[in-house]
Ligand binder design. Structure first.
Ligand code: ATP
Length: 362
């Protein structure tokens, strides 16, 4: 078994470094106890780096990311720092495109005790995964849309190549969840095939992949109805897959159901690389105060362990990924240690220490 993993770390902007440091501490402790090594290499990128140097994602940082086993990223971008055309600095999107990270994995989980705006029926839990295509769709012309005085145009692109990879990944994930007893083995393609030809094309490729997985259930839903069901009966979902912009919107809705961005992790995964980062941004309004919620970042670290464990056939890492997720879920469900975004007064350090304590008791 490979027991040494090189991890490129982007500490990023705003609250980025504040939530990354405790996450690295927890991961280091797990590795030490589990007999494997996580070698963290912190590299520069982001809006503050751009303001200082004129570079948002230095070639050397990109190269380090490309060569490493996995990439951990906190949050990048600052509203006050922009490119000349007015758009925000977002190296995380550049990384997705450069490393072809087509599968944006956004788990949505609500366990008993967790604060949620939903009216959860007794005994129900929410545990589904939204997969957002992350390299094309309506983001295809990002930064180069055509704008004249009277018209503005962006192009939605759906390719067979990326869609096939995306759906293969999705069905495999649904199978893993089913084998772990976490899912029903059901995959829902979320689109707007009743209105746009591009989505009929997307759906056709989905159906072709579905035919290769007779052990799994495949179905379809329109994106507008899906938004409704996210609120009315999210416990019915298992694995959903959708286009980039639809996924962008639905994943924030999913984070809202979980009680906020501070507890929503994510992974952007391709064939050879993966980036793990919280769904939230750099939260400059609370940066430097030590009050940011680190749980989404820590959960993203747990997703990294899962992915490394599966990819390298290293059950110790996969088991640590589960332990870490369960420890965070225990802290959330107990509700004793809550940062400001969750209605409490705990600091970043308090929240991270609560996770450490749970881990040491497990
Ligand atoms: P981006 O466009 O970069 O995703 P955003 O504009 O959606 O960013 P965020 O930076 O995610 O904005 O912040 C949105 C709000 O949520 C802010 O009020 C911020 O303080 C709060 N927030 C985000 N992340 C956290 C966190 N980890 N802990 C506490 N509050 C947070």
């Amino acid at each position: 078994m490979q027991d040494h993993f090189d991890i490129t770390v982007f500490e990023g902007d705003g609250i980025g470094p504040e939530i990354m440091q405790p996450t690295l501490k927890i991961l280091t402790q797990l590795a030490q106890d589990g007999g494997y090594h996580l070698d963290f290499n912190s590299v520069p990128a982001g809006a503050a780096h751009y303001a200082r140097t004129g570079e948002s994602l230095p070639a050397a940082s990109m190269e380090a990311a490309r060569k490493s086993d996995a990439i951990l990223l906190s949050a990048m971008g600052l509203p006050s720092v922009r490119y000349d055309d007015g758009t925000e600095i977002s190296p995380q999107i550049d990384l997705r495109k450069a490393l072809t990270l087509f599968a944006g994995v956004r788990p949505v989980r609500i366990i008993p005790g967790q604060t949620t705006p939903l009216n959860m029926p007794e005994g129900k839990e929410v545990d589904f995964v939204l997969i957002r295509e992350s390299t094309e769709g309506l983001f295809h012309t990002q930064g180069c849309g055509e704008v004249s005085r009277d018209e503005a145009r962006e192009t939605l692109l759906i390719t067979r190549d990326i869609s096939e990879k995306l759906f293969r990944f999705t069905f495999n994930l649904a199978r893993e969840r089913k084998e772990q007893g976490r899912g029903k083995g059901r995959v829902t393609c979320v689109d707007k095939a009743n209105v746009f030809r591009a989505f009929a094309f997307f759906r056709e490729i989905f159906d072709a992949e579905a035919a290769k997985h007779p052990d799994l259930i495949a179905d379809h839903a329109y994106v507008d109805a899906t938004a409704l069901w996210f609120v009315l009966k999210p416990w019915d979902f298992d694995v959903l897959v959708t286009e980039n912009m639809f996924g962008d919107i639905l994943s924030d809705l999913g984070a809202g159901l979980m009680g906020g961005l501070g507890v929503a992790p994510s992974a952007d995964i391709g064939l050879d690389h993966a980036v793990f980062q919280p769904c939230h941004g750099s939260a400059p309004d609370i940066a430097g105060q030590g009050i940011a919620n680190p749980l989404a970042m820590i959960l993203s670290g747990a997703m990294m362990l899962d992915w490394l464990g599966l990819r390298h056939d290293a059950p110790v890492l996969a088991a640590d990924g589960t332990r870490l997720r369960e420890a965070v879920e225990t802290v959330i469900a107990q509700g004793k240690v809550r940062t400001g975004d969750m209605g409490g007064k705990a600091t970043t350090q308090d929240a991270a220490e609560a996770v450490m304590t749970c881990l040491s008791r497990a």
